[in-house]
Design a protein around this ligand. Sequence first.
Ligand code: UD1
Ligand code: UDP
Length: 382
Amino acid sequence: MDKLRIMSVFGTRPEAIKMAPLVKELKNREGIESLCCVTAQHRQMLDSVMEVFGLVADCDLDIMTPRQTLSTITSKCLTGMDGAIERLKPDMILVHGDTSTTFAGALSAFYHQVKVGHVEAGLRTYDKYSPFPEEMNRKLVTQIADLYFCPTKNNRDNLLREGVKDGIFVTGNTVIDALKTTVRDDYRFSTDVLNTLDYDGRKVVLVTCHRRENYGEPMKNIMTALRDLAVQNEDVELVYPVHLSPVVREAAQTYLAGTPRVHLIDPLPADEMHNLMARAYLVMTDSGGLQEEAPALGKPVLVLRRETERPEAVEAGTVALAGVRYDDILRMGNELLRDKNAYAKMAHAVNPYGDGNACRRIADAIEWHFGRRSERPADYLP
Ligand code: UD1
Ligand code: UDP
């Protein structure tokens, strides 16, 4: 029997981190040829992940340009994908999450009548502009996909309510699979400042902020609140690996540079980031991925967004929405830094997002779908 040709398509840092363990799992299956096509919507931040996880692309569309627009990303991905699909002839294309690469990858697969598996399917806020453009990307991919790999039961229920009838699997999130391979007690950082921080004696606050819907006023509010948190709390060391987007870097320079105890550093390799998170006191972020990783590591998270498509950890009590207003962020940050009881209530490890076996379930589901396995994998229902 011919091997199944399964092509994973991704382009940004978070997609790469979450697809890396799946590409490897598929490689280990005898009946599967695991192919990897990167759009390189991110260049340096993607290359860093490829290096950390030892991935090599079969095809690299190399589309990134400085200050790229949504239209440019989508159109360049679509054009590039034509050649990749014609050359690599996949039986199925896997896309991840909700970026422009995700949407263009799925649309291109459809144009070529290639089946689509959507990894991290079913997340929703039901607000089309928040997150922007991600909420629309993932809804559009839902219309195209054949298989849906939902991290949680709640994600599955969203799809069922929207009328998706077949092909849904609850698998857990592959980010937990990735985290299991990177976090180690004896990890030594290669970024100097991270080795000099006193993680026991000081309160290390790990910050990230990059979302398009936060550009402008919200980002100003977030960053000035973070600055004042550092100024008002002498036991805090605020570490912010700044995304390479020029818009974000300019804002960080304007509002945070030069503030005592604020460390603006370059984006970290994924293993450095995960180990820093494991030692941090508190995480403040507008990232999606960090909202899944930090709870698994027992770290409280304040989300710097108006809403979240990841309500599971909010329900479990380890994640709280701080919003994008200066007063709210400062108040909630100060509460967690100063009130031990408030902190203790949030600082416990929960794993609503997976048990580290998501990739095995996804690979099993693909084999089952193509008639190469007799049993449908059981859903992950913790
Ligand atoms: C993208 C995704 C977003 C995801 C985020 C993860 C879209 C529309 N947005 O947003 O969903 O949360 O990635 O980080 O798909 N840049 C570099 N080098 C890099 C990466 C980025 O220089 O390695 C700069 C470039 O100038 C680029 C800009 O950052 O034009 C913005 O990158 P882009 O992928 O368009 O948007 P993100 O905000 O990163
Ligand atoms: N991350 C990283 N280095 C950094 C910042 C984040 O490796 O300097 C990781 C983080 O641990 C998570 C992922 O990148 O796995 C999240 O990516 P990002 O915040 O860019 O995107 P989002 O999850 O919001 O789409």
